[in-house]
Design a protein around this ligand. Sequence first.
Ligand SMILES: [Zn+2]
Length: 416
Amino acid sequence: MLFREGEKAARLSAFVLLALSILKGIVAVLSGSIALLADTIHSFSDIFSSIAVWAGLKLIQKKPSEKFPYGYYKAETFSLLTVSLIITVSGALILKESTDQLFEPKGVSFPVLALTTAGLSALVSYVLARIKGKTGLKIGSQSLISEGQHSLVDVYTSLLVVAGVLISQYGYFVAQVLVGLAIGVYVVKVGLWFGKDSVLVLMDACLSPQKAKEIREIAESVHGVKGVHNIRLRKSGPVSFGEMEIELQDDLPLNKAHMISEEIETKIRKQLKDIESITIHMGPAVKERIKIAIPVLEDKRLESMTALHFGKAPYFAFVVIEKGQIERVYIRVNKAAGMTQKKGIAVSHLILDQKVDVLLAGGVGEGPFHVLRDSSVQIYYLPKSVEIREAVYMLNQGILDRMVSPTQNHEKDSRQ
Ligand SMILES: [Zn+2]
């Protein structure tokens, strides 16, 4: 239970900050140091950010329920928004208290006590920064790591108080006021920054274009993926949910398609740890340019009549279609036509050499059927002998049926 450790660190931080702000508050009132008062308000508002981190870590461990199927992650964002309000208001309060004294700065009573308290505060902040930073790294919690960095800045604000009190001992009372103002500006900035961050998350803004790019690269690297589109990510507290579309070969069996999407998801979750889930929509790849092979009886370009028998056809026509229009036609002699053995396989390889996407034929025997299908050539059944132009038209109109199994006894059936 790693997150428990993070919870413990955040809870410790909240309690220590509470004790520290009470101590600083008492000394600030006793000494009348405006710089120490500013830092007290600051520490007090910091309690809430520790509580928010603690709540976030607690919520990550809560399993999604029927009522909250996406988990409780957004509660962290929500609490961060509340915290940002508290912090911003505290910053404004610090600024007000400091400006009130700007034109009549006061000195410090009990300077040694004030200095010791500010020094102790710096030391405590440093220890808290170390604990939160180390635990954050160990459990991989970004919010805890940020909290650690925040506490490190708190060390400097307390040191500023030390400097302000020291300088005011030499009669430059305004130094304290300036420290108060600096702390006020810093606290307002932190508050607004938290606020902006949480509003963006609540609005499902795209916060990491870089992550989307990485996801695209992972998906494209998976064998069988022909295209990747519409990657969308949204943050939910400490985790992200995503959606994407992929293009696959259109006659891929469902189990293979599913395997591909599983592989993508596994790789993404392995590389990007904060992705809670990614939904992958699968669709057929749309090719704008395809090449069709058609067995033909003669070499009369688009007017050539198609041959119903695949292996014995004297010629093969190759038609390139771009966006539904015939762009190019060329005809090759079927050198395998006269072979007595394995003719079908030899013809299949002639076709594959031309990098064909689609074959139109009256029948295709078992051997060539599998050779072509394994190379992702789509085979359509052409029921009668027609001109090439007509055959392509039929294909474009979606009239032709896909051949899903080899033609039985097609040697006998073929009429040439
Ligand atoms: Zn702080």
